[in-house]
Design a protein around this ligand. Sequence first.
Ligand code: UDP
Ligand code: MG
Length: 317
Amino acid sequence: MDISVVIPLYNEAESLPSLYEWLLRVMSEKGYTYEILFIDDGSTDGSWDVISGLHRQSPERVHGIRFRRNYGKSAALYSGFQRAEGDVVVTMDADLQDSPDEIPELYRMIQEEGYDLVSGWKKKRYDNRLTKNLPSKLFNATARRVTGIQLHDMNCGLKAYKRDVVKNIEVFSEMHRYIPYLAKNAGFTKIGEKVVQHRKREYGVSKFGMSRFVNGYLDLMTLWFLNRFGKQPMHFFGMVGSLMFIIGFVAVVVVAAMKLHALAIGVKAMLLGTNPYFHIAILMMILGCMLFLAGFLGELVIRNSQSRNDYLIREEL
Ligand code: UDP
Ligand code: MG
């Protein structure tokens, strides 16, 4: 099968019929063999009825997965990825903001130019300028720095992947914003970009509020940390912990030596217990020990976890 189209959706009943027809038009024009996977992420608006209807029309082409409740876009994409069978997997939003007309070129870039992943770039966006476009620019600049992947629109819903990529990444919590980074960390480094058309939302409302920016940044930090120290927490906690302990220890020695010196030459000096430096130094030593312990516990957790050795094999002879 050439293409699997994976479409996560949450309350998009009005958009689905036109989206489906448009997809059908593009797919039959090009003569691809394909499947369309709708993942209904706990909709409450009759989206599932629409999907069931489409499935009845063409049972081999249209598949649906229905979540018991709203788990989020990441979970929806992930379950779609697990079931996708096409050589190229295309993801797109269900709200008609992404255009199916982009699929042939995305497919070509994966198949002929050998990209592992091609991400859409909504160069001209039809979203609210203040709440979306501007923060998104800032967000992408940060993401580029942290991930080292030069994409303008990392979180674009319209993307195409080699099948191998989607089978080997785990999109969880709200990590759908960083799929290119997940792919890169899994060893899929040929990541490209294509300017895509973007359209106004015709029906329904956006499903992500302002919390997206806070969560987005926190998740980026998590991913960076996991990638850097996830397999060796001691390298981080041990280093910072030891450093703090050493500074604290040296400081205690200095404070105590100054006190002894004062005693020796008979000058009146502050009691150690009332000297703020003494307390700061002791605090540093305690914090240092705690961090060290945190690192050690982290190592123990990793040694006992299932995925302590989850390397990916590209080829075998
Ligand atoms: N979506 C989803 N689960 C959610 C939130 C969103 O499956 O919990 C889907 C949504 O139905 C749409 C896509 O993810 O197909 C993108 O969402 P939306 O259009 O609201 O995001 P925006 O375009 O505002 O960034
Ligand atoms: Mg949208």
